[in-house]
Design a protein around this ligand. Structure first.
Ligand SMILES: *Cc1c(COP(=O)(O)O)cnc(C)c1O
Length: 345
C-alpha cells in the first residue's frame, strides 16, 4: 500500500479545524507569557509543551527514527483509541485482531461503536494467513491490530506473516510492540518508510518501568502523525510526565540492567516451574511474562490469592492457563514456594 492513508481518514477528521493552543503559535521559550490565562506564580503553573519536543528528540535517538515520526499518548490506550477515532466511521467501519490477545482493542472498538473481527491464532499462537486474507477485500475494514510479542501468549508473531499483511492489506496496520524492549531486534521500526500504512505502538510502561506515568509511544509516518496531532487533546502529556520520562530515558544503563535482570530471572523461573508437577506446559516467551498451562487454573489462582500472590488467570481465554509476570528474584521464589506447598497440601 503506498500513500493512500488520507483516503482512509474519516471525512470529519480530514475537515477538522484543530484547536490551536497559545503555545502552538509562539515557539520561543523566553518572554513574558500573558497569553494562556495561567497563574504567574508557582512551579507547574505553565501549560506543558503540546508537542513534547525535548522528549521526542531523545526518543528519536533511542528508537532510531525521526522525531516527526513520533506520537506520545496518555498510555498506549490513547494511541489505540485515536486510531479508531481517526479511521473508523462508527457503526460502519471495522477493525480486526488475532485472538487471544490484549483486551483493549476490543474495549476501544466497543467504545467507538466499531465492529471488531476476531481471527483466532493457531496452536502456536501464530497467524494463519488463509484465515485473514479473505478480509482484505472488505473496504470497510480499516484497522488490523497485531500484538507482537503477543499478550497473553508471550511469543513474537512471525515477521513474514506481519509483512504479508503489510504488503496485502490496504488499511492501517498497528503493531503493538509493548514488550519489544525485551527482544529489541524484533521491532518493525525500520519498516516505517517502506510501509506508510504502519503504526507501531510502544510504551514506557513495561521495560522502562514507568507504568504509573502513563506514556505510550507510537511511531508512524508524518502524514498519519498529522491526523493524530489534530485529534489528540492539546496538552495530553503533563509537564511532570515529560520531565520524569526524559530523566528516565537519560538513564539507559539502569534500563538495560533491569531488562537483563528480568530476562535472567525469567530463565530461572522457567527452570523452577518445570520441576512443578501441576505445571503442564510453559509457552515460549519473548516478553517479561510467561503463559503456563496448569492442571486447574482456577484452583491455582485461588490458592495463590490466599497467599497474597496475584497472577493473571487466563482460563477464560486459554483453557487452564495462567499468566505470570516476572518479578524480582525474591518475588519469584515466593511464587515457587507457594506453588510447591500448595501441591502437597
Ligand atoms: C501493557 C500493554 C500495553 C501498555 O499499555 P499502556 O497504556 O502504555 O500502559 C500495551 N499493549 C499491550 C499488549 C500490553 O500488554
Amino acid at each position: 500500500m503506498k500513500n493512500n492513508e488520507r483516503k482512509l481518514v474519516r471525512k470529519n477528521i480530514l475537515n477538522l479545524a484543530p484547536y490551536s493552543s497559545a503555545r502552538d503559535e509562539y515557539e520561543g521559550t523566553e518572554g513574558v507569557f500573558l497569553d494562556a490565562n495561567e497563574n504567574p506564580f508557582g512551579t507547574y503553573n505553565r501549560y506543558p509543551d503540546p508537542q513534547q519536543n525535548k522528549l521526542k528528540i531523545r526518543l528519536a535517538e533511542i528508537k532510531n527514527v525521526k522525531s516527526n515520526q513520533i506520537f506520545l499518548g496518555n498510555g498506549s490506550d490513547e494511541v489505540i483509541d485515536l486510531a479508531f477515532r481517526i479511521f473508523c466511521e462508527p457503526n460502519i467501519d471495522k477493525a480486526l485482531t488475532f485472538t487471544p490477545t490484549y483486551g483493549m482493542y476490543e474495549v476501544s472498538a466497543n467504545i467507538n461503536s466499531v465492529d471488531l473481527i476476531k481471527v483466532p491464532l493457531n496452536k502456536e499462537f501464530q497467524i494463519d494467513r488463509n484465515s485473514v486474507q479473505s478480509y482484505f477485500s472488505d473496504a470497510n475494514l480499516k484497522l488490523i491490530f497485531i500484538c507482537s510479542p503477543n499478550n497473553p501468549s508471550g511469543n513474537l508473531i512471525q515477521s513474514e506473516d506481519i509483512e504479508f499483511i503489510l504488503e496485502n492489506f490496504q488499511g492501517i496496520v498497528i503493531i503493538d510492540e509493548a514488550y519489544v524492549d525485551f527482544c529489541p531486534d524484533a521491532t518493525f521500526a525500520a519498516k516505517l518508510i517502506q510501509y506508510p500504512n504502519l503504526i507501531i505502538s510502544q510504551t514506557l510502561s513495561k521495560a522502562w518501568g514507568l507504568a504509573g506515568l502513563r506514556l505510550g509511544i507510537a511511531l508512524m509516518n508524518e502524514e498519519i502523525l498529522s491526523f493524530y496531532n489534530k485529534v489528540k487533546a492539546p496538552y495530553n502529556i503533563s509537564s511532570v510526565n515529560q520531565k520524569i520520562a526524559l530523566e528516565t530515558l537519560n538513564n539507559r544503563e539502569e534500563f538495560q540492567e533491569n531488562v537483563k535482570a528480568i530476562l535472567t530471572e525469567k530463565e530461572i523461573l522457567i527452570q523452577e516451574l518445570q520441576k512443578i508437577k501441576m505445571v503442564k506446559k510453559i509457552y515460549p516467551s519473548d516478553a517479561n511474562f510467561l503463559l503456563i498451562e496448569v492442571e486447574n487454573a482456577n484452583q491455582i489462582y485461588a490458592q495463590l490469592i490466599a497467599k497474597q500472590i496475584i497472577i493473571r488467570n487466563r482460563n477464560s481465554v486459554v483453557e487452564n492457563c495462567v499468566r505470570i509476570t516476572i518479578g524480582t528474584a525474591d518475588e519469584n521464589k515466593k511464587l515457587i514456594n507457594a506453588l510447591k506447598t500448595g501441591s502437597n497440601g
